[in-house]
Design a protein around this ligand. Structure first.
Ligand SMILES: Cc1cc2nc3c(=O)[nH]c(=O)nc-3n(C[C@H](O)[C@H](O)[C@H](O)COP(=O)(O)O)c2cc1C
Length: 170
């Protein structure tokens, strides 16, 4: 499978450790993995101009780092969203990248999705999980699982190994 991971964190810390663990496991199982650090990219929100659904024929009028994400959406068999929790939600950066899928409707080949969340406190990501589940349900993509680490769990080698094993089993 070709797996695209969108990392919504601007930092190279907790979420990125989860992303790397997932990527390592998936690669060990023979999957091709592409990580896009959307948290450090310049991606604006959708303007609802509808250019993409008219003259643009599927292309967005905005020229920003989304030009790196769209080809990944078009080619992946699995999409993994990863984000720290910012005020009970995913980051603004990954939310923009998720909503800008609007120009192509959905990743056309993606059959599976997963969600990785990192937070300071437990149970603060329920809104983010709901958004993810609603979004993939709307796009007709199967949920392969959600992993949320909080507080000290972010530094747990055992938890990161569990992510590696999960990704290896895909
Ligand atoms: C702007 C901001 C908002 C945050 N909001 C929450 C929150 O609502 N709930 C929570 O448990 N942690 C919150 N945190 C803590 C982060 O989710 C946590 O430190 C996470 O592990 C950071 O991941 P990172 O190392 O990938 O940046 C917030 C952090 C920031 C910077």
């Amino acid at each position: 499978m070709k797996i695209t991971i969108l990392n919504g964190s601007p930092r190279k810390e907790n979420t990125e450790a989860m992303v790397n663990a997932f990527a390592e496991g998936a690669k060990e199982a023979g999957h091709e993995v592409e990580i896009l650090h959307v948290g450090r990219m310049k991606i604006a929100g959708c303007m609802a101009c509808e250019y993409c659904h008219g003259k643009g024929e599927g292309k967005c009028i905005q020229k920003d780092d989304m030009e790196k994400v769209i080809p990944a959406y078009l080619n992946c068999d699995m999409v993994v969203y990863a984000s720290p929790i910012y005020y009970f939600d995913m980051t603004a950066q990954i939310s923009a990248a998720m909503q800008r899928v609007y120009c192509i409707g959905k990743p056309p080949k993606a059959k599976k999705a997963a969600l990785l969340l990192s937070s300071g406190s437990p149970n603060t990501g329920t809104g983010a999980v709901e958004t993810y589940k609603n979004m993939i349900g709307f796009m007709g993509i199967e949920d392969a699982g959600v992993c949320a680490l909080a507080g000290e769990e972010n530094k747990s080698e055992e938890k990161l190994n569990a992510i590696r094993d999960w990704a290896k089993s895909l």
